[in-house]
Design a protein around this ligand. Sequence first.
Ligand SMILES: [Zn+2]
Length: 653
Amino acid sequence: MIRGNVGWRLVLFQPRRGSSMKPMYRSLRIATILAMLVALPFESAVVAQEPPAVIDIHVDLSDAPRRIFHARLSMPVQPGSLDLLYPKWLPGEHGPTGPITDLVGLNFSADGKTISWRRDPQEMFAFQVNIPAGVTQLDIKLDYLPPSASGQFTAGAATSDRVAVMSWNALLLYPAGKSAHEIMYRPSLTLPAGWGFGTALVESRREGDEIHFATVSLATLVDSPVSAGAHHRVLDLTGKAAVRHRLHLVADSEEALDIKPETEQAFRNLVAEGIALFGSYHYSKYDFLLTLSDHVQSFGLEHHESSDNRLPERTLVEEVRMNSRAGLLPHEFVHSWNAKYRRPEGLTRDNFQTPYQTDLLWVYEGLTSYLGLVLTSRSGLWTPEYAQDALARIAARLSNRPGRTWRPLIDTTRAAQILFGSPSAGSSWRRGVDFYDEGVLIWLEVDTLIRQLSKGRRSLDDFCRTFFGGESGLATVAPYAYADLVAALAEVAAHDWKGFFDSRIYSVQAEAPLNGITNSGWRLVYTGEPNLAQQDREETRELLNLSFSLGFSVSTKDNRVLDVLPGSPAAAGGLPAASTLVAVNGRRWTPEILQQAIVDAQQANEPIRLLVENAEFFSEVLVDYHAGKRHPHLERNDRKHDLLSKILAPRLH
Ligand SMILES: [Zn+2]
């Protein structure tokens, strides 16, 4: 097993130079040194190893519908000062998103007697307790209050009356100074009566209403969330794969589980196409968890042997919803290779407190976004035409992004932790986590370049098989640096890959990287015909996107102007972002009326008149635009080989 090569660094606890070392710091440092000394024999095969002490953790989700999760832990301890940590930096969330605000009801006791605790005065995620003489076991009780709306990723809404998604990191403390691969937990769980569940953990036994799982390391526990609910269904996606692949559906209604046979088949194809792409796999089994609820935050989080996918309730039964979210499971599946197995050194940590260095997210997320799009098409979750529209939408969005003129892509990766969750107003000038979408364009260019350089003999698929290859079956981590990536690409096709990435990622690029599209025999054009991917996205996200015509987008739910592109006709007319759109050409606005106004303006000289309310004040904005509807599409260039269709076509079925 390969471990992260970045050791435990107590950067958060180091006192400032010249300041006196407070007792807690001293104890932490001493504890760390002791832990390192104790850990040394583990590296040597000659010294007999003591079995690691196991921490029991029981989570009770009986009150999940009331948005309270309960936990009790039982931890082997020794008398003296004990420093305990609440996970802060969560893998895959790329920031310090541990939901510390909602950790409540904290109580420590030993032999039935309460033990007082205190929080570190500077580090909110660290606690200290003094273990009395003679005590060998510390009992901890705590609650986690999953929010109903706010919060990022797993810290967001995670429950309804019928479903709950539980991330163990929200419900545990761990002792400071040891690797998360060495601290062992014995997890168990209680669910509301009649609920089913899915998780990558291995069930060992049932005792009354308690479900017990096999003992795992802290790293594996945090990597193995539980999705549970009143309506539950398991689909087997294994097909010809050598190990078990399952899809656990949990939903707010029985009807929501009624997956279409063609969607189920496409998920099976996804497993087969994924393994065909990489040639091997790095898990002993794989569990897709899919929670379907309108009251749970929609997103996906990658894990090594599972993925935590959360989507609106009717995603599987309504075509528009399914199309607009079809890329989620392929993206998270790819992450098992590109994120969990091969992981940038800066994102490889053996604890949950050391900050990440997120520069290589253009590989971690960018390459995953590209391969996710490719697999969504190869598996049949999208038609190739739909995948082309999805690609055109991405290319157009990045081509109309004035923030490119000041912010290089590398700064969106480095600053990811402050860009996730940034507001929509100003997003085209600020840029956001653009490394996802821009990664699609850049890695498409890499794919087409490899194909051209090798005269069609090789492709990015070959890179995937070498860089993400190795022995199948074990969930191991192989960290890499930028130089490793460049060297691996050069082995597939000789080229100045460092120069290639340096210019596209590390320097300001006012123009979006569209060479991949042109290399693959297509070009980006704008027409009056709707883009299917954009249309479905607008419908499910309740917005109208006029970024490529008038230059703004507006919510159809609350009429808020989401963003205005600097330099666009709407910006020239003075439309403020975050204002409320009231009327178009003197009539209360609807998406249909606004789109008709764009069509009518083609034959007129007068500007389109928008009435907006901007923080209590009303004003009329004149938008001088007469070029009609503009939706992005890819158009075939017959003078070049159609590489794109080849890339998007299934390898297997
Ligand atoms: Zn991702």
